[in-house]
Write a protein that binds this ligand. Structure first.
Ligand code: NAD
Ligand code: GLY
Length: 360
């Protein structure tokens, strides 16, 4: 097991990464305020892993109840969130009960948001079960649900007490979901870790083949990048926004197509190509740089073009982005491969041309 720390003072917490960690309930039990938890999961992950986690915790003397949500991004909404509150109130959970989110980013974001609101805040633990959740969404305390007008628009910053990333659960992850997670892994290389980008170019096939050592290394390196950024800028006043490379375009794709049509990681990959194309038009990336990014996404079976929503529709959807400040759209772009910047001065004609060139 490898352990990283998210250095947030008195709210600091560990990220444990390793095989079969679901069978180590003491890692969770030692973080509980009282020996009582509610596990929030979904109808796909529950049948696979709920009993294992629940029985282990019960054997460690913890009282466990659970709530099983419908699966999918289209259920990341108020109605489904309310099912969590129904369960918490129905089983008389107290403020000291710990909520455990067992699932991918959807369960993690919703479970975390529920924990942030229930009785004004209860402790929570992330047990991420997708690659995407293990490298990104479970770390850093962003929690949210979607609104029909925009992705992740209703939420809170609320840190977990612990992240337990069991790499063995990735064995059951569909290949398409593994690829989607790789989009966020590649993101770290592009925004701030050029050596990792090179490592990914060499080792991508091992990741696609689920080589346990390669996966553990990529998860650890991704989490260590994320933990550094979050420790420096927890509430996204500056550097943390760079973690959203490709996301402004990507969120437009997810919202515009209807939640769940494009996987989040797929939308991020296509959105990153739009950001790369715009960076090329600003003279920052060379055509060869753009090809390098495209080739990595293609090898990971990720889309390199967005859907043909039309430039006007993209721009309208993007105008809801959380990085819009004083009405001005700011985008994460690439100064060079391995160095992202926040930029609000891209000419409108270049932005439109980049979207046009990278949507089919
Ligand atoms: P997801 O949670 O929908 O999971 C993908 C699919 O895999 C689902 O059908 C899920 O039930 C299934 N699944 C999960 N674990 C499995 C396993 N071990 N075996 C088999 N199937 C499994 O999607 P995701 O890609 O994990 O997360 C995407 C979400 O994360 C988006 O809503 C996105 O906005 C959010 N996100 C949040 C942050 C953040 O910082 N909070 C960062 C990135 C993404
Ligand atoms: N996924 C971007 C962030 O956590 O800031």
């Amino acid at each position: 097991m490898r352990t990283l720390n998210v250095a947030l003072g008195e709210r600091a917490y560990p990220i444990h990464i390793g095989a079969s960690l679901l069978d180590r309930p003491e890692l969770i039990a030692s973080h509980l305020r009282v020996p009582r938890v509610v596990i929030v999961t979904n109808e796909i992950v529950g049948p696979l892993y709920l009993a294992r986690l629940q029985h282990g915790l019960e054997a460690a003397g913890v009282a466990v109840s659970s709530v099983v949500l419908p699966d999918g991004e289209r259920h990341k909404d108020w109605q489904t969130l309310n099912l969590v509150f129904d369960a918490l109130l129905g089983s008389r959970c107290e403020r000291s009960t710990t909520l455990i989110a067992l699932g991918g980013g959807v369960v993690g974001d919703m479970g975390g948001f529920a924990a942030s609101c229930y009785q004004r805040g209860m402790p929570f633990v992330q047990v991420p079960t997708t690659l995407l959740a293990q490298v990104d969404s479970s770390v850093g305390g962003k929690t949210a649900i979607n609104h029909p007008l925009g992705k992740n628009m209703i939420g809170a910053f609320y840190q977990p007490r612990l992240v337990l990333a069991d790499t063995s659960v990735l064995d059951t992850l569909p290949l398409r979901e593994l690829s989607a997670g790789l989009a966020e892994v590649i993101k770290y290389g592009l925004i701030r870790d050029p050596a990792f980008l090179q490592w990914l170019e060499i080792n991508l096939d091992r990741l696609l083949a689920r080589d346990p050592e390669a996966l553990a290394y990529a998860i650890e390196r991704s989490c260590s990048n994320k933990a550094e950024v979050v420790a420096a800028d927890e509430t996204e006043r500056g550097e943390r926004a760079l973690l959203n490379l490709g996301h402004t375009f990507g969120h437009a794709i997810e919202t515009g197509m209807g939640y769940g049509q494009w996987l989040h990681g797929e939308a991020v990959a296509a959105g990153t190509m739009m950001a790369a194309e715009l960076s090329r038009r600003l003279g920052w990336l060379s055509p060869a740089d753009v090809e390098r990014v495209e080739s990595l996404f293609r090898r990971a079976s990720l889309p390199v073009h967005g859907p043909a929503l039309g430039v006007e529709r993209y721009l309208e959807l993007m105008s809801h982005d959380k990085k819009v400040e004083d009405g001005r759209l700011r985008l994460v772009l690439l100064r060079q491969l391995g160095q992202a910047v926040m930029w609000g001065d891209a000419p409108a004609s270049d932005l439109a041309a980049a979207i046009e060139a990278r949507s089919t």
